[in-house]
Structure formats: structure tokens, C-alpha cells
Design a protein around this ligand. Structure first.
Ligand SMILES: CC(C)(COP(=O)(O)OP(=O)(O)OC[C@H]1O[C@@H](n2cnc3c(N)ncnc32)[C@H](O)[C@@H]1OP(=O)(O)O)[C@@H](O)C(=O)NCCC(=O)NCCS
Length: 165
């Protein structure tokens, strides 16, 4: 599997995966009706660094790495991840997560913060903990889960001082 910078040509495959991920309404705040244009701005808009994971010439996942806040908060990164549901549980998320830590360190960030990890998203919470993130805050009933109703969301954080580049 290769992880590389996303190009405009990748968006066809990214859109299919995006649509499959948001359709279930259990991991992201995006509605299933999110437009292609909105998704494009989110993933490939200006000042956004996005990577795709490619296997056998197919896009199997992608992530974006941005500053969590502007100006005086810009030393902390933020990232978003999506893996093709057809290949979930096969290590794509973990490979992209590790890649993200290295890229964030290379870019000079001090830490990475995930602002909104749905508490019932067991796979994501387990993966981020495995990669060294800690839950530093709980936002009560912040997510309207399509099956479960209101559930908590976690803020997860990790310093990057131990990442070797
Ligand atoms: C969350 C997501 C990125 C994980 O990617 P993935 O490719 O499915 O996960 P991986 O196969 O790399 O698994 C990573 C680790 O998490 C663990 N894990 C995965 N699902 C798990 C679950 N339900 N419970 C416990 N652990 C789990 C795996 O055991 C694995 O650890 P290991 O390699 O030490 O065995 C992916 O499922 C996804 O895109 N989900 C939808 C969107 C989303 O939730 N994005 C993240 C929002 S914060």
C-alpha cells in the first residue's frame, strides 16, 4: 500500500468512499445528503493537505492534515480519516494514522488534536488510543447518532515529541 498526496483525479474515488462512510450516520457529522461540492471543499479545498492510501491502483482510504486553529493555535494539528468500508479492519486506518503522525511532526506541529471522535465509534477510539492519543475531554450528547440518538463525542490529543522523523 502506498500513501501519497491526493490529487484532483483522486476525488472520484474519494467521493464514493465519503458517501459510503457518511451514509451510516454513526461516525461523522456530515449528513448523508452532503453535496459533492461540500465534500470537495472539505477534502481538497485551499490550504488543506490530503493524502490517499492506494492499493493495487485503487484508493482505499484518505486523510487530511490541517492546523487545528489559526494563528496562535496553529502549532496544533487536526486530522480527519476515512477508510473504504469494504476494507475496514485490514490495517489501512492504522497505516494512515502512523503516516499522519510522521507528516505532522515533519510539518513542525507540536501535537495533534481530534475535536470530535464519536464515543460509540469503537474502532476509531481503539485505533487512536493504540497510536498514543488520550481522551482529554468529553462533549456530552454532542453527536446525533443515526441509530442510538444523542451520544457523547471525545476530544483526543497527542503530543508529537516522541515521533522520530
Ligand atoms: C476508524 C477507521 C479510520 C479505522 O480504520 P481501519 O482501517 O478500519 O482500522 P485498522 O484495520 O487499521 O485497525 C486499527 C486498529 O484498531 C483496532 N480496531 C478496529 N476496530 C476495532 C473495534 N471495533 N474494536 C476494537 N478495536 C478495533 C484494530 O484491532 C487495529 O489494531 P491492531 O492493528 O493492533 O490489531 C475506519 O474504520 C473508518 O474510516 N471509519 C469510518 C470513518 C471514521 O470513523 N473515521 C474516524 C473518525 S474519528
Amino acid at each position: 500500500m502506498e500513501i501519497r498526496r491526493a490529487t484532483e483525479a483522486d476525488f472520484v474515488a474519494m467521493w464514493t468512499i465519503f458517501h459510503a462512510v457518511v451514509a451510516t450516520g454513526d461516525t461523522y457529522v456530515f449528513s448523508a445528503a452532503t453535496s459533492r461540492e461540500d465534500a470537495h471543499v472539505y477534502w481538497l479545498g485551499p490550504d488543506i493537505t490530503t493524502y490517499v492510501a492506494e492499493e493495487n491502483k485503487s484508493i482505499v482510504g484518505f486523510y487530511k492534515l490541517i492546523s487545528n486553529r489559526r494563528d496562535l493555535g496553529s502549532h496544533v494539528a487536526n486530522a480527519s480519516f476515512m477508510v473504504d468500508p469494504a476494507v475496514s479492519g485490514k490495517g489501512v486506518g492504522k497505516a494512515m494514522g502512523k503516516h499522519c503522525l510522521t507528516e505532522a511532526k515533519k510539518a513542525g506541529y507540536l501535537a495533534i488534536q481530534f475535536n470530535f471522535v464519536v464515543s460509540t465509534n469503537k474502532g476509531a477510539v481503539a485505533l487512536w488510543k493504540k497510536l498514543g492519543f488520550a481522551i482529554v475531554g468529553t462533549l456530552p450528547q454532542a453527536f446525533r447518532h443515526q441509530q442510538l440518538g444523542y451520544v457523547d463525542a471525545f476530544v483526543m490529543h497527542r503530543f508529537l515529541d516522541d515521533i522520530v522523523i
